[in-house]
Design a protein around this ligand. Structure first.
Ligand SMILES: Nc1nc2c(c(=O)[nH]1)N[C@H]1C(S)=C(S)[C@@H](COP(=O)(O)OP(=O)(O)OC[C@H]3O[C@@H](n4cnc5c(=O)[nH]c(N)nc54)[C@H](O)[C@@H]3O)O[C@H]1N2
Ligand SMILES: Nc1nc2c(c(=O)[nH]1)N[C@H]1C(S)=C(S)[C@@H](COP(=O)(O)OP(=O)(O)OC[C@H]3O[C@@H](n4cnc5c(=O)[nH]c(N)nc54)[C@H](O)[C@@H]3O)O[C@H]1N2
Ligand SMILES: [Mo]
Length: 760
């Protein structure tokens, strides 16, 4: 299997490489922000828009899910948030003339960067059966086509309803309601590829799949461990929280195969002192091998167990279950095996232990570096064991902190976007709407692709996102998508998924976060939930990108009316006219949202959802306690002469949206086809810095996948490991290579060999 870089793709240009930087943000970040924002929006719109980001009367930043503090700065955004805003608030437009000039076959040759740079989509478009181009279509006709295809299915389970995490609570609630009224739980979402492993591990161990800390807790912690996360790029506002924590005496351990600039030093653009010198953040850098985290935490647990007085015995006795079995497993942890799995030195782990023992309040933060491996769920369970041992949950300054990706990915799940909904949730939904939701579990992302491939699913609907761009095994996935009868994308911008279609395809253009949303009852706002379970309003203030756009709630409501017709007693029209009516229903179905509208009116800054472990050390698990677990230690076994490749984000991208071709902190400019390799590993393949190599992944069934033409960059990553950007490398991730339990694609552990490129 070969993926050729698309013709005319600027990413083929030879990237410029300089040594990686050792500090993040500062002046260059401001300059970069303003340049990108102005290119897309012009000067006036830039000012008007950026000053509204994350303000109480403004819109929630469409970037990451990091929470806002209570005290807002005038400019409450970061470089990458500003890029996300600029990308959406751009003045560039994709009109019907554009589609007339660019047949689908042409779009299919373009890079994701080029597609995204064309601007906002202005009208609903249809690719008719056998057609070569998308043509303008009325909204009415578009919904009639969806109704026709959905009604023609042999079973509702032949339809898939995907959600990307930018969708508001209101739209998400309507979408899951529609899917269940229609008769399926096929609600895959981006979370399946993202923090599903965190959700699986946390639900089993503490009874709720969400983080247990607030910003306040971070500021009060003694020790913060940041494992498998690159906040300098992906959650830049987290750096301010880490800086504040350090100012109050916290220490930081970063666990990462790469030295990430943002974790080394932060130059806070909000303070003069920060701009000059900045704050060193990391006290101890554990440069771990990819996939070594479970072994590391297991050994730390053994060492804590062996230290007199280190275990919080009262907490363990009163609040936990499974301690004996866990302690037996932990005591068996082996130094030599841990050193082999982690690539760390004994002295480094001993230093970490000292810091752990000196801390009364410890927080562990993590993201994709922990969630996208075969053994991610046991890894995160081991992190929970680690925190439970010293009672670091449910008290100030301590807890679990999975740092979410998309700005409302957590809220979408709270609203019921889940292929395996809890029976209690469905009971409440059924009671409220007088429907009978299906109880059979639906398909997650990977199962959805398999269902399309195998002809079990025939209609694919996406509320945002870029399904074929974000999912693994690009060629398999694209072939699967082409099997569909109908593909529908509710989108703001063009992406790869619009070029890889079913027999018929629809593009439904929608309002974004920054757009003003006016419905029959007047101006609307929507709500979102951030990574720390805070719910708040988001209100766009720009004139919509085109008069033909519909909001996401309106699209779902109209689709539901077209599909369900008289058969539905749900007041879809009323929901479209006034989103407060949707919130009234959310208040009655979803725990924690009681008096939803009234509470938002009282404080537009929002409210925190209840969280048993955080609020009262109540653990809603099967045992009624926090569960210790005792899984065998796993780590990737990489055959001789192979490397373990992680696929990650550059500084100039938002998932599959490419803002630019630079990865400033890592010293890469003007290109994305790079592979970062330790100089000695590169030498073993006979590859000098600047050589070109094909990445060839090897899977257990003997198949190989190839991504050609990557510039080799000698880089200080841990030995035996390599890194390259997603989505270019998705072609290398076998569909069947997923995490146990959560079924999340193992995008951070791909076994590869490097071959000198034929063409270089
Ligand atoms: N600007 C911007 N912001 C974003 C996004 C974006 O694309 N751009 N994406 C959003 C989304 S959806 C998400 S999920 C988050 C993603 O946020 P991150 O998880 O920070 O994103 P990645 O680039 O995947 O980085 C993974 C990090 O984990 C490290 N890592 C890889 N493997 C291992 C391992 O085995 N062990 C350890 N300890 N570390 C490892 C990598 O070196 C890297 O530092 O960001 C969100 N925010
Ligand atoms: N190899 C590899 N694969 C990965 C990952 C990895 O680290 N490595 N990370 C995974 C992760 S963590 C995630 S979250 C997924 C991301 O998967 P997705 O969420 O599917 O992908 P995005 O690139 O975030 O989606 C971008 C598209 O969303 C649309 N969009 C933007 N704003 C809006 C809006 O307001 N409304 C609507 N309706 N549409 C909008 C635009 O059309 C844009 O092109 O990718 C996963 N895939
Ligand atoms: Mo994500």
């Amino acid at each position: 299997m070969v993926s050729k870089p698309p013709a005319g793709d600027p990413v083929q240009d030879a990237p410029q490489v300089t040594p990686p930087q050792h500090a993040a943000a500062g002046l260059p970040a401001i300059g970069h922000t303003l340049r990108i924002a102005q290119e897309q929006m012009g000067l006036r719109r830039t000012a008007r828009t950026l000053l509204k980001v994350n303000q109480k009367d403004g819109f929630d930043c469409p970037g990451c899910a990091w929470p806002e503090g209570d005290k807002r700065h005038v400019a409450e955004f970061c470089e990458n948030g500003a890029k996300a805003v600029a990308e959406e608030a751009t003045l560039r437009r994709v009109t019907p003339e554009f589609f007339a000039a660019h047949p689908v076959a042409d779009l299919a040759t373009r890079s994701g960067y080029w597609l995204g740079q064309q601007g906002r989509i202005t009208q609903p478009m249809l690719l008719p059966e056998g057609g070569e181009r998308y043509e303008p279509v009325s909204w009415e006709r578009a919904f009639a086509i969806i109704a026709e295809e959905l009604r023609a299915l042999a079973s509702p389970d032949e339809a898939l309803f995907y959600t990307s995490g930018r969708t508001s609570n209101e739209a998400a609630f309507l979408l899951q309601l529609f899917a269940r009224e229609f008769g399926t739980n096929n609600l895959p979402d981006c979370s399946n590829m993202c923090h599903e492993s965190s959700g699986s591990a946390l639900t089993e161990t503490i009874g709720i799949g969400k983080g247990s800390v607030s910003l306040e807790d971070l500021h009060r912690a003694d020790l913060i461990i940041v494992a498998g996360q690159n906040p300098g790029t992906n959650h830049p506002r987290m750096l301010s929280a880490l800086e504040e924590a350090k100012a109050s005496g916290a220490r930081i351990i970063s666990v990462n195969p790469l030295p990430e600039a943002g974790l080394e030093r932060f130059k806070n653009p909000q303070t003069p002192q920060g701009m000059l010198k900045g704050t060193a953040l990391t006290d101890l850098f554990l440069q771990i091998r990819i996939g070594g985290d479970q072994a590391l935490f297991r050994l730390l647990n053994k060492l804590v167990l062996e230290t007199a007085g280190a275990v919080d015995e009262e907490f363990v006795r009163d609040h936990t279950h499974g301690y004996e079995e866990f302690a037996a497993a932990a005591k068996a942890a082996d130094w030599d095996e841990t050193l082999a799995a982690t690539g760390l030195a004994r002295s480094e782990i001993e230093r970490a232990l000292e810091m752990v023992l000196a801390s009364e309040r410890t927080i562990v933060c993590w993201a994709m570096g922990l969630t996208q491996h075969k053994h991610s769920v046991p890894t995160i369970r081991e992190v929970v064991n680690f925190l439970l041992l010293r009672g670091n949950i449910g008290r100030p300054g301590a807890g679990v902190c999975p740092v979410r990706g998309h700005s409302n990915v957590q809220g979408d799940r709270t609203m019921g976007i889940f292929e395996r909904p809890a029976p209690a949730f469905l009971d409440a939904l059924d009671k409220e709407f007088g429907i009978v939701s299906p109880r059979r579990h639906g398909f997650d992302v990977v199962r959805s692709i398999q269902a399309l491939r195998d002809g079990e699913a025939k209609v694919f609907f996406a509320m945002g996102g870029n399904f074929v761009g974000a999912t693994p095994d690009t060629e398999v996935t694209e072939a699967a998508m082409r099997n569909a009868r109908l593909t529908v994308h509710v989108s703001t911008k063009l992406n790869r998924s619009h070029a890889v279609t079913g027999t018929r395809a629809l593009i439904l253009p929608t309002l974004g976060r920054t757009d003003k949303d006016v419905q029959k009852s007047g101006r609307q706002f929507v709500t979102v939930e951030d990574s720390m379970s805070l719910v708040h309003a988001s209100r766009g203030n720009l004139p919509p990108a085109s008069p033909h756009l519909l909001s996401e709630p309106a699209i779902v409501a109209r689709m539901a009316r077209a599909v369900l017709g008289e058969g539905s007693a749900t007041p879809w029209e009323e929901f479209e006219a006034d989103y407060a009516r949707i919130r009234d229903r959310i208040a009655r179905v979803v725990p924690g949202f009681e008096d939803f509208n009234a509470r938002l009116a009282a404080d537009p800054g929002g409210f925190a959802l209840p969280h048993g472990p955080r609020d009262e050390r109540r653990f809603p698990t099967k045992t009624g306690k926090a569960n210790f677990t005792a899984a065998p230690v796993e780590y990737p076994r990489v055959p001789e002469g192979r490397l373990l490749l992680q696929t990650l984000r550059s500084h100039d991208q938002y998932n599959t949206t490419i803002y630019g071709l630079d990865d400033r902190y890592r010293g890469i400019r003007g290109g994305r086809r790079v592979v970062l390799v330790h100089p000695e590993d590169a030498a073993a393949f006979g590859l000098a810095d600047g050589a070109y190599a094909d990445l060839v992944s090897e899977w257990t069934d003997g198949t190989e996948r190839r991504a050609p033409g990557f510039r080799v960059v000698h880089y200080p990553t841990s030995r035996g490991c390599a890194a390259a950007y997603y989505p270019e490398t998705n072609v290398l991730v076998p569909l069947e290579s997923t995490a146990d339990v959560s079924n999340t694609p193992a995008s951070k552990s791909v076994i590869v060999r490097l071959e000198q490129s034929a063409s270089a």
